[in-house]
Design a protein around this ligand. Structure first.
Ligand SMILES: Cc1cc2nc3c(=O)[nH]c(=O)nc-3n(C[C@H](O)[C@H](O)[C@H](O)COP(=O)(O)O)c2cc1C
Length: 280
């Protein structure tokens, strides 16, 4: 697919700021990296073949190449291929069929345990680790690392989908993975070769005007953009034969209605405290 068509698919529309670029300017943007990013779609159906170990190591090298806060490198990843362990993780992550189906399940860890252990060994103060700031740093580091790994995996012909459901019962997951205190599984990632008989599509995003603000945040831009996006997503749901109730905004809000839909994550703060994060 050309960059132009990929951009149209990403916005579900031919009306986006890059649409009017000359083909010369568009060609200059046409790098393999940009094309790879535009092609992203979550993949939830896989071939059964395993992901080679060297490919996992390539993903980790990509992950380690991401920027990280102060070079603290406060993340780890646990690679799970044992079907029984995956099934147990799935049972506490909302029973999502792709977790059972994927040959490789990566669990990304916000990891302050390494630095805490260093502080103890060296017998120097490390009380900053008890603050919300450090917890946030570790989660940001994990997310940046994971996304680099995802991009590298997709470039190698793999498909991935992130799994937030892993936070439903953070305490159970920590036990299953033998996590040390001060580490937290912040999301999972199913990885596998996409099943060609069940291709996934590029999902349109909000119009640029909703997310790109010039100089100061423009709240009004969002109202217009949402109406536009509801129409775009209605078309997408119909094309994909997705049985999605209501328009995008209402559907999205229904997933944010409160405790009932948090599926255990309403206890996240308590669970995270128990995992050794004070969150001061
Ligand atoms: C942190 C995070 C957690 C996610 N958790 C889940 C999940 O538990 N199950 C799932 O099927 N998809 C999950 N997703 C995938 C999103 O639903 C998906 O990325 C989003 O709908 C956009 O679709 P796309 O990735 O195909 O463009 C998650 C994505 C992220 C970034």
């Amino acid at each position: 697919m050309s960059i132009k068509n990929l951009l149209n698919a990403r916005y579900g529309s031919t009306q986006h700021p890059l649409a009017d670029l000359s083909s010369e300017a568009l060609n200059a943007l046409h790098t393999e990296t940009f094309e790879g990013l535009l092609k992203h779609r979550s993949v939830r159906a896989y071939e059964t073949r395993a992901v080679p170990e060297h490919t996992v190591e390539m993903m980790v090298a990509a992950a380690q190449s991401a920027s990280n806060s102060s070079n603290f490198q406060t993340w780890s990843v646990v690679s799970v291929t044992d079907p029984e362990r995956k099934a147990r993780l799935n049972a506490v992550s909302g029973n999502q069929k792709h977790i059972d189906a994927c040959p490789l399940f990566l669990v990304w860890i916000a990891d302050l345990a390494r630095l805490r252990s260093l502080g103890e060994q060296r017998q120097v103060p490390h009380a900053s680790l008890d603050y919300l700031e450090s917890f946030l740093v570790a989660n940001i580091d994990a997310a940046l690392a994971a996304q680099n790994a995802a991009v590298a995996a997709e470039a190698a012909g793999l498909g991935v989908v992130y799994i937030g459901g892993i936070r439903n019962q953070a305490d159970v997951v920590a036990k299953e993975l033998g996590l040390p205190s001060s580490s937290f599984a912040c999301f999972g990632m199913c990885v596998g070769y996409p099943d060609p008989s069940k291709p996934a599509s590029i999902k349109p995003r909000l119009p640029v005007s909703a997310v790109l603000h010039k100089e100061q945040y423009d709240q009004n831009a969002f109202d217009v953009a949402t109406r536009e996006y509801n129409t775009i997503m209605n078309r997408f749901y119909t094309d994909q034969k997705m049985n999605t109730p209501g328009e995008w905004d209402l559907h999205t809000l229904s997933r944010l209605s409160g405790e009932k839909v948090l599926r255990g994550r309403e206890n996240l703060k308590k669970n995270v405290n128990h995992l050794g994060f004070e969150l001061k």
